[in-house]
Design a protein around this ligand. Structure first.
Ligand SMILES: NC(=O)c1ccc[n+]([C@@H]2O[C@H](COP(=O)([O-])OP(=O)(O)OC[C@H]3O[C@@H](n4cnc5c(N)ncnc54)[C@H](OP(=O)(O)O)[C@@H]3O)[C@@H](O)[C@H]2O)c1
Length: 293
């Protein structure tokens, strides 16, 4: 039986777990908040209470799907865990978006402990994860582990590209997310304009995606506009974390983008609307009810 460990059963990690289980993998699930891992554990999966329980057999394959590099350090930077990593040599596949700079640091850290570390940030949200339809930017896969890692990537992602190194994989993911964030806000502004012009939702549904101004994120925003719902697909704080990574990347490239500044401000202001977890599409509410009230 193909066995994996998955760390982080939040919005994306939960969807990945369901996909991997449906594809025949057995899973050990670890989440900082145990309840979330226990809630999705079913046949062929077990929720473990202690992170250290993932390092029992040699060369365990461990998928990380947590917020950021800080979360990864919070998990691994502990003398007992580092000793177990050094003993078992895990094969780590990082699904989390951490950015190119942190990727270099994490790669050096895991290599110093004798673990293998491959970046595999993805795009497509929980919907794409459940369907195995994600896009993945893959870093360097050590030759010895290709036969274990590549089938896992192919199970999660319908499209993937192998980059020269881990840093490049994270850089491409951060740039993708910058474009996503911008496209969503642009779509929200366009939909708000149709509302102010008095166009019916039915008419907008037919007309908005007709021309070459359409984007995947215009579809995402339009779906929420047509079918309002408070579920969280891309958490707003994750969107802001990714924009902070884009800001850092642009700074290192000498690019000062007014689009980035404006987009960040829209999501930051949206965050102030509620203390409850919010989806990124809540930016429409901020634009319509606050900025352009
Ligand atoms: N959502 C998407 O559509 C999407 C798409 C592509 C990529 N991603 C990337 O996937 C990763 C996860 O995103 P998500 O949407 O699943 O976020 P999420 O729902 O906010 O989940 C975050 C996960 O990280 C864990 N975590 C946070 N801080 C931690 C810490 N200090 N120590 C241990 N665990 C910690 C959380 O554990 P608790 O449950 O205990 O808080 C939770 O399992 C992020 O890097 C994100 O950028 C997300």
């Amino acid at each position: 039986m193909k066995h994996l460990a998955l760390v982080g059963t939040g919005t994306l990690g939960k969807a990945l777990a369901l996909r991997l289980l449906a594809s025949g993998y057995s899973l050990s699930l670890y989440n900082r908040t145990f309840q979330k891992a226990r809630d999705i554990a079913q046949q062929r999966s077990v929720a473990v209470r202690a992170f250290s329980e993932l390092f029992i057999a040699p060369f365990p394959v461990i998928l990380l799907c947590v917020t950021d590099a800080h979360s990864i350090r919070a998990l691994f930077c502990d003398a007992d865990i580092e000793r177990k990593v050094a003993q078992t040599h895990p094969v780590i596949l990082n699904i989390s978006t951490v950015g190119p700079q942190e990727s270099e640091r994490l790669e050096a850290y895991f290599q110093s402990l004798g673990a293998s570390y491959t970046e595999c940030p993805v795009s497509g949200g929980p919907e794409g994860a459940k369907a195995g339809a994600l896009a993945a930017w893959v870093g360097k896969i050590p030759a010895d582990f290709k036969d274990r890692i590549i089938p896992v990537i192919n199970c999660m992602a319908a499209n993937s590209v192998q980059l020269d190194d881990n840093r490049a994989a994270q850089a491409m993911k951060v740039l993708n997310n910058y474009c996503e964030a911008l496209h969503l806000v642009i779509a929200a502004e366009a939909i708000l304009a149709t509302q102010r012009l008095g166009l019916s939702a039915e008419m907008v549904q037919q007309a908005l995606l007709l021309g070459r101004g359409r984007s995947v994120y215009m579809e995402v925003m339009l779906q929420r506009y047509l079918h309002p719902d408070s579920s969280v697909s891309v958490p707003l704080d994750i969107r802001l974390k990714d924009l902070a990574l884009a800001n850092h990347l642009f700074q290192t490239c000498g690019i000062a983008s007014p689009y980035l500044d404006y987009t960040r401000n829209v999501y930051q202001q949206t965050m102030r609307l509620s203390t409850l977890p919010q989806d990124q599409t809540a930016c429409f509410t901020w634009l319509s009810e606050v900025l352009y009230r």
